[in-house]
Structure formats: structure tokens, C-alpha cells
Design a protein around this ligand. Structure first.
Ligand SMILES: Nc1ncnc2c1ncn2[C@@H]1O[C@H](COP(=O)(O)OP(=O)(O)OP(=O)(O)O)[C@@H](O)[C@H]1O
Ligand SMILES: Cc1cn([C@H]2C[C@H](O)[C@@H](COP(=O)(O)O)O2)c(=O)[nH]c1=O
Length: 199
């Protein structure tokens, strides 16, 4: 089974992806926990080009091609082999991030994102959790966490508000695959909401 976690920056995706992986492993299920951009050696190198630094380094189209190249390598080298070994793959972000960031918010390239996905990626998660967290709450969590903002986080609260709307619109487009999880409350409360969607 292939499960992805999606949402705005700082929504709590990584925390919940890790917790679900731990819960499933405790049930004796083999899990590959991975992330995007990244997850394979080559894709982690592309990640650095994409997220480090600030400012508009790439045009929206070049940015989309780099995310797609990273995803292709990730799928070829990690995701497909793990699924073939009958492992459960949990990915912290996958193609829905490109649909929302590159397809709806950074530029209106939705059609191009789908075309590239159809030609180069094909694989789709069986189940996707969007951790839906108020952008101000997510931002405060980031402040508490400390560290530096990546290129996308540095675009500000208005950008995160538009991303949230984009993720909610995407959920309406894929109602069978995508579940919206209320990201408010404690980590335990959010984890219980995620688990309620699994057998
Ligand atoms: N439910 C929660 N309540 C309070 N703090 C939380 C909760 N979930 C996560 N956090 C904290 O918020 C911060 C961001 O969480 P996390 O890294 O899981 O988010 P993310 O969506 O993966 O972020 P990013 O997109 O920036 O990688 C972390 O410091 C984490 O410990
Ligand atoms: C996969 C993917 C990611 N992004 C953006 C979203 C984030 O701001 C950064 C890095 O991700 P992280 O969860 O904060 O580690 O990259 C994107 O714009 N498009 C994508 O396809």
C-alpha cells in the first residue's frame, strides 16, 4: 500500500508520517518511510537545488521539471521496489504537492503538471492524508521549532493561505483517495484522526 501525507509547510505532515510508520511497524507491517523532494540519493541532491536559499531562482516551469525529475528517480529507485517487496510506503509529500504548489499557486500550470505526471510518474498513492492546519498555527509551530525557513516558507503567510485553499480544492477533485485531517490539537489527537481512516 502507498500512503502519502500532504499539507502546507509546518502543518505536521512529517510528525504524522513518522507516527503512522511507527504504529504500523508495531503491528508487524514492513514500512518504507520516505519524503519528497528527496527519498533517493539523486532526488536528495535535486532537493538542495530546489529548497535551499531564498528568492526566485527558477522559473515556475523549470521548478516543476526539477520536482518531476526528483520524483521520477524516487519512484524508480525507492517507491516501486518497496511496493514490489509488499512493503507499505509512507511518503511525506508526493505528486499532490506539485499539483498544488506548481499547478495552482506558484503558477497556473495544472494541466502541465498532470501531463508530466501521466508521462513520467504514473504511480499514485492509494490513500492521501492532507493535514489541514491553520497557516498561523503552522507558522507559530515553526517559530517554536526554530531553524531557517526554506525557499517556499519564506514566501509568507498569504502564500500559505493560498496553498491551504489549493489542497482543499484538490481533495474535492480526488474524493476517493484523499482524506482531510484536522491538524489542530495535540500530536496524539491528530494521530488518532489519521488512524481512524485505516483498517
Ligand atoms: N499537533 C501538533 N501540535 C503541536 N506541535 C506540533 C504538532 N504537530 C507537529 N508539531 C510541531 O510542529 C513543527 C512542524 O511539524 P512537522 O515537521 O511535522 O511539519 P511539516 O508539515 O512536516 O513541516 P515542513 O513542511 O516544514 O517540513 C515541529 O516542531 C513539530 O514538532
Ligand atoms: C514535493 C514538492 C515540494 N514542494 C515544496 C514544499 C515545501 O515548501 C518544500 C520542501 O518540502 P518540506 O515538506 O518542507 O520538506 O518543497 C513543492 O513546491 N512541490 C513539490 O512537488
Amino acid at each position: 500500500m502507498f500512503i502519502s501525507f500532504e499539507g502546507i509547510d509546518g502543518s505536521g505532515k512529517s510528525t504524522q508520517a513518522k507516527r503512522l510508520a511507527e504504529t504500523l511497524r508495531n503491528r508487524g507491517i514492513a514500512v518504507s518511510l520516505t519524503r519528497e523532494p528527496g527519498g533517493s540519493e539523486g532526488a536528495e541532491q535535486i532537493r538542495k537545488l530546489l529548497v535551499e536559499g531564498k528568492g526566485e531562482r527558477w522559473s515556475p516551469e523549470t521548478e516543476l521539471l526539477l520536482f518531476t525529475a526528483a520524483r521520477r528517480d524516487h519512484v524508480e529507485r525507492l517507491i516501486t521496489p518497496a511496493l514490489e517487496r509488499n512493503e507499505t510506503v509512507i511518503s511525506d509529500r508526493f505528486a499532490d504537492s506539485s499539483r498544488v504548489y506548481q499547478g495552482l499557486v506558484r503558477a497556473e500550470n495544472r494541466q502541465l503538471v498532470e501531463e508530466l505526471h501521466r508521462l513520467m510518474i504514473v504511480v499514485e498513492p492509494d490513500l492521501t492524508f492532507i493535514i489541514d492546519t491553520d497557516p498561523s498555527v503552522a507558522r507559530n509551530r515553526g517559530v517554536i521549532r526554530g531553524g531557517t525557513e526554506d525557499r517556499f516558507e519564506s514566501l509568507g503567510l498569504g502564500f500559505q493561505l493560498r496553498l491551504r485553499e489549493g489542497f482543499l480544492a484538490l481533495a474535492a477533485e480526488f474524493p476517493l483517495r484523499i482524506r482531510i485531517i484536522d491538524g489542530s490539537g495535540s500530536e496524539d489527537e491528530v494521530a488518532a484522526r489519521v488512524l481512524s481512516h485505516l483498517p
